[in-house]
Design a protein around this ligand. Structure first.
Ligand code: WQD
Length: 337
């Protein structure tokens, strides 16, 4: 059985990917420091799949802990999700982000090299494109980051590219996610942000369940369909399935590939809000505010490469994304506890 180490596997995208991996017949080992998640997710994964993955509560900064995982298990490939991911927090605490997301990741790559594990799928982000020159965004577009979080994603991409160029036995897939939203149809796993959500859909979810009063719409004077920001929202289950295709590719190829994982379709803030109103059956209050510093007007993917190289394309639409998000929120008003 092919064994995959999933770092950050109790997190949002990680847990959904573990479910798909198990259902595809892979053996999954999860490593997480539980800084941004709970090990209750392991029970939820078992409820969905019938399998409770082997778990190591380990921090990327604990290199001996990483070695223990590789000593005790023969790992065929790694999917690396673990890392801090709040844009605003990264601006306030850059050193924490560079230590955890860069020094921590280097520990992982070092231990992979020591144990001859040379296949990795890395959780990157469309944020590496900065404010794109045009849309849809292709993988060969210029990269430019505007916050420490995005810079740690780009730095990891560059480090992994250099590792693969120095040793052609390595396979490196750099998956650039657009905006993951939604939840598993079981309603057992989903997005559980810490504190007041920065991202749009988790915030809307809390307006819908009464925990927050109204949505603040950050600007309606952008050059878009209705003046509000346009993004490429992708269902987290579609994203997870993209990782299965990426692992399959990595197990049979060498070299480095950068791949956009998006739907290729953009939705505005107000279009998402109205889709969510349909999903929850309520009118959701909002107020137009000033633009949020650092925001761009429009961002959505060119999905050609994922389709041609991986044979993958997103299946779910915005209504399903909002429906599963609302279903998870209703079932887990206080998160996964
Ligand atoms: C989406 C749109 C906001 C909240 C970020 C990260 C990116 C990736 C996805 C990890 C924008 C508007 C939002 C709110 C609003 N994360 N908005 N009111 O900024 O596109 O991307 O999350 O990889 O790296 O940068 O996502 O959900 O914050 O914003 O009006 O309360 O919703 O202005 O137009 P973003 P977002």
């Amino acid at each position: 059985m092919t064994r995959i180490l999933v770092t950050g596997g109790t997190g949002y995208t990680g847990s959904h990917t573990c479910v798909e991996l198990i259902q595809e017949g892979y053996e999954v080992i999860i490593m997480d420091n539980l800084y941004n998640s709970t090990d209750v997710v392991l029970n939820r994964i078992e409820e969905i799949t019938g399998v409770k993955p082997k778990f190591y509560k380990t921090d990327l900064l604990d290199i001996e802990g990483l070695r223990t995982i590789f000593k005790e298990n023969t790992i065929d490939a790694v999917i690396h999700f673990a890392g801090y991911k709040a844009v605003g927090e990264s601006v306030e605490k850059p050193l924490d982000y560079y230590e955890n997301n860069i020094a921590g990741s280097i520990n992982l790559y070092q231990v992979m090299k020591e144990f001859g594990c040379k296949k990795i799928v890395f959780s990157s982000s469309a944020t590496v494109y900065g404010d794109p020159q045009s849309v849809p965004i292709k993988e060969d577009f210029p990269v430019h980051t505007t916050n420490p979080y995005g810079t740690t994603k780009l730095m990891n991409e560059m480090i992994l590219e250099d590792i693969a160029h120095a040793d052609e036995e390595w396979t490196v897939l750099l998956l650039r996610y657009f905006n993951p939203i939604g939840a598993h149809p079981s309603g057992l796993i989903g997005e559980v942000p810490n504190g007041i959500p920065n991202n749009l859909v988790p915030y809307i979810a809390r307006v819908a369940n009464g925990q927050l009063e109204y949505l603040r719409v950050w600007g309606n004077d952008y050059p878009t369909v209705d003046g509000t920001g346009v993004r490429d929202y992708i269902h987290v289950v579609d994203l997870a399935k993209g990782h299965i295709k990426a692992v399959e590719y990595a197990l049979h190829h060498h070299g480095v590939e950068k791949i956009n994982l998006g739907t290729g379709k953009g939705y505005s803030v107000l279009e998402v809000l109205h889709a969510y109103e349909k999903a929850c059956g309520k009118e959701l209050p909002y107020q137009i505010m000033e633009r949020r510093p650092g925001d761009i007007a429009t961002c959505y993917a060119d999905t050609t490469k994922a389709k041609e190289l991986l044979g993958w394309e997103a299946q779910y639409g915005i209504d399903e994304m909002c429906k599963t998000s609302w279903d998870f929120t209703e079932k887990n008003p206080n998160g996964i506890v």
